[in-house]
Design a protein around this ligand. Structure first.
Ligand code: 7RM
Length: 660
């Protein structure tokens, strides 16, 4: 990376200035390129020339009970895909693989305490059918909503697939959210049944899911029955008539349950995004369009072969788990790995142990996890044979070039392509990503929109910004797996996503720059963009510059109100391998940022901390750090993964005066 202070293109007109330049490039390795699922770059042109034909071709790889009459109906901002078509998601994920792959492993499951379970597609079929019948027995009918509040155990995907089988939209709530968060989501969907477990294993402790569920249900009149998986055998209170043990329920059910023939546009699920403020949004996903695009992108982006062992290490309660642990991989008949617990239990090499044990070939995780592994040091992956890996993926946040390089070297042995995949709960599936057999990657760039996806970067007025400039990411054409609405709030759907420019242009809310070669560089949420003396600077760039320093593992940067400059840059930094920071390191880091991107981006203050406040899916909560920096009363922190760190950071920040 080079310093680039006087970059001509970064004019004051840019909605967001693009300051850093990345020179490193990684073409696809021959062994991947020569046998890749997608080898011919002409696919981009072909898809662009006839998008509907392209997506119809992808949809045709699924099993449809009834063909669609029309590919797309676009009444902006409302899209319908594969109109008149009928299919069932659970049938596509399970039944149609039974003849050829009945005995193939669908999931290798690893419990945190060390117990394991293997489910073949045939096993999955029996489990899903029996539980689908159990749901029917509890009175769940097509169209009824079912809430799921569980940890990462096999019954979670089984429950989701059972819902899909009988046409009951599910809403999965992160096992780890509070009872209030659970109650809000149940009440918004008016779910009839809640599926949970006695407790969930988390870093050697039991997290009391059933207790939380009981507390939630006190204020959720819609819930008639609660299904409880016994996982931890912790003590729970029991309400006769309302509560049912999973094992007892399925015992009496037959292992056959005809799949409902669903309309392509029927709702598959509702998933709430933990919005930064106010009420969470219930993102509604469809059946046909959704499955088409998750299966298609999973096959292409991860280059899935029949003998792959694919591991998406996200939580199923996050959209990444829905699309790329459950629906996409199973639709492709792919073998997956699911791990119940935390990566540092019992030791910091747990993931590498599992990758070695199961000879994992594809690993998909988040930048926050990668930066945590960097902080723990290379000794942990070095203890294990990771030579089975062939492709690495990243999702959830901008990945700093340094983290990208570390991932490539220390996990991928310098041999695995990295696919940095940009997408959202709302997009349902990956939208911007390399294709591992075609795309030359650059560390930190999600590269290009996938075939069939039309993206652009706009300035304030809605003009496409010149190459080399920064602005706002937009999607200019509807796509099959797109959000259909916000549950119960159509106006908010239109207002949030389709009103910034016009009603045909989807506003993603992310800053983005494009370099001279047209590569997309995602720069984080626009609410996080700072304004320093009139320069619009993305937090992601300053964070990347900090993480490029050898002592730094992770950094979060926010703009704090400043009388002189409008905003001043406040940085929060965690150091690698238990290092401690002092005044000398603070000034070294400030100079380092100045050198990497320019004086304008020099943090005014730097606070060293052991951890950063993060959501459950690992996204840094910059809003909270802004509140801390500006000494405001802190808002709701219940959706935080590590709420205890907030106190510590507040104390440190109070004790640290800013420099000029
Ligand atoms: C899949 C997921 C969506 C937001 C999105 C971005 C950020 C996700 C990347 C990324 C840069 C990436 N769904 N984001 N992936 N930023 N590069 N590869 O994360 O709904 O939970 O979040 O996450 O800001 O808008 S999500």
């Amino acid at each position: 990376m080079t310093s680039n202070e006087s970059k001509a293109q970064a004019t004051q007109d840019d909605a967001i200035e693009a300051l850093m330049v990345e020179e490193r490039r990684f073409p696809p390795p021959d062994n991947i390129a020569s046998r890749a699922n997608v080898k011919d770059p002409a696919i981009y042109e072909e898809a662009l020339a006839d998008r509907e034909a392209y997506w119809a071709g992808e949809a045709g790889k699924l099993h449809w009970f009834k063909d669609w009459d029309k590919v797309l109906e676009w009444n902006p901002p409302f899209a319908k895909w594969f109109i008149g078509g009928e299919l069932n998601v659970s049938y596509n994920c399970i039944d149609r693989h039974l003849d050829d792959r009945g005995d193939k492993v669908a999931f290798h499951w690893v419990g945190e305490p060390g117990d394991t379970r293997t489910l073949t597609f045939k096993d999955l079929y029996f489990e899903v059918c029996r539980f689908a019948n159990a749901l029917k027995h509890l009175g769940v009918r097509r169209g009824d909503r079912v809430a799921i509040y569980m940890g990462m155990i096999p019954e979670l995907p089984i429950a989701m697939l059972a819902c899909a089988r009988i046409g009951a939209p599910h809403t999965v709530v992160f096992g780890g959210f509070s009872s209030d968060a659970l109650a809000d989501r149940i009440n918004d969907t008016k779910a009839k049944v809640l599926i949970t477990q006695d407790g969930a294993n988390r870093r050697g402790q039991v997290f009391p899911l059933k207790d939380n569920a009981d507390a939630a249900i006190e204020s959720t009149p819609s819930v008639e029955s609660v299904v409880v998986v016994e996982r931890c055998n912790n003590e729970v209170t029991w309400v006769e008539g309302r509560d049912h043990r999973w094992t007892e329920l399925v015992e009496s059910q037959v292992a056959e349950c005809p799949p409902e023939e669903m309309d392509a546009e029927d709702v598959l699920y509702i998933l709430y995004t933990s919005g930064t403020t106010a009420k969470p949004k219930g993102i509604v996903h469809s059946t046909g369009g959704y499955l088409t695009q998750v299966a298609s992108t999973h096959r292409m982006v991860f280059d899935i072969k029949d003998d792959d062992v694919y591991w998406c290490a996200a939580d199923i309660g996050w959209v990444t788990g829905h699309s790329y642990i459950v629906y996409g991989p199973l639709a492709n008949g792919c073998t997956g790995v699911i791990y119940e617990g935390t990566p540092d239990y019992p030791e910091k090499d747990r993931l590498w142990q599992i990758a070695e044990d199961y000879k994992v070939t594809i690993l998909y995780t988040a930048p926050t996890a990668i930066r945590t592994f960097m902080r723990w040091g290379t000794e942990w992956p070095e203890r294990h044979d990771l030579s089975s890996l062939r492709i690495l993926g990243s999702v959830g946040e901008p990945i700093n070039p340094e983290a990208w390089m570390w991932y490539r070297k220390h996990i991928g042995g310098d041999r695995c392509p990295i696919v940095d995949t940009w997408w959202q709960t709302e997009t349902g599936a990956i939208m911007i990503s390399p294709l591992p057999g075609i795309t030359t990657t650059k560390p930190g760039s999600a590269t290009f929109p996938l075939p069939g996806v039309v993206a652009d970067v706009y300035d304030e007025q809605g003009e496409s910004v010149h190459l080399g400039g920064g602005g706002y990411l937009v999607l200019k054409q509807p796509w099959p797996s797109m959000i259909r609405t916000i549950y119960g709030d159509q106006d908010r759907y239109v207002e949030t996503y389709w009103s910034r420019y016009d009603k045909e242009t989807y506003f993603a809310g992310d800053g983005c720059k494009r370099d001279e070669e047209g590569y997309f560089w995602l720069m984080g949420r626009i609410d996080d963009v700072m304004n320093v003396s009139g320069h619009r600077i993305s937090t992601a760039e300053v964070e990347s510059a900090l993480v490029a320093h050898p002592s730094v593992a992770e950094a979060a940067v926010v703009g704090r109100n400043d009388e002189i400059t409008g905003q001043a840059i406040a940085a929060f930094v965690t150091l690698r391998g238990g290092e401690h920071g002092d005044e000398a390191l603070i000034s070294e880091l400030r100079d380092h940022v100045a050198e990497k991107i320019g004086k304008i981006a020099k943090p005014q203050s730097i606070v060293f901390t052991d951890d950063l406040p993060k959501t459950r899916s690992g996204k840094i909560m910059r809003r909270l750090l802004r509140d801390i920096s500006e000494h405001r009363k802190l808002g709701d922190i219940t959706t935080l993964a590590n709420a205890d760190i907030v106190d510590e950071i507040s104390k440190l920040a109070a004790a640290s005066p800013g420099e000029d």
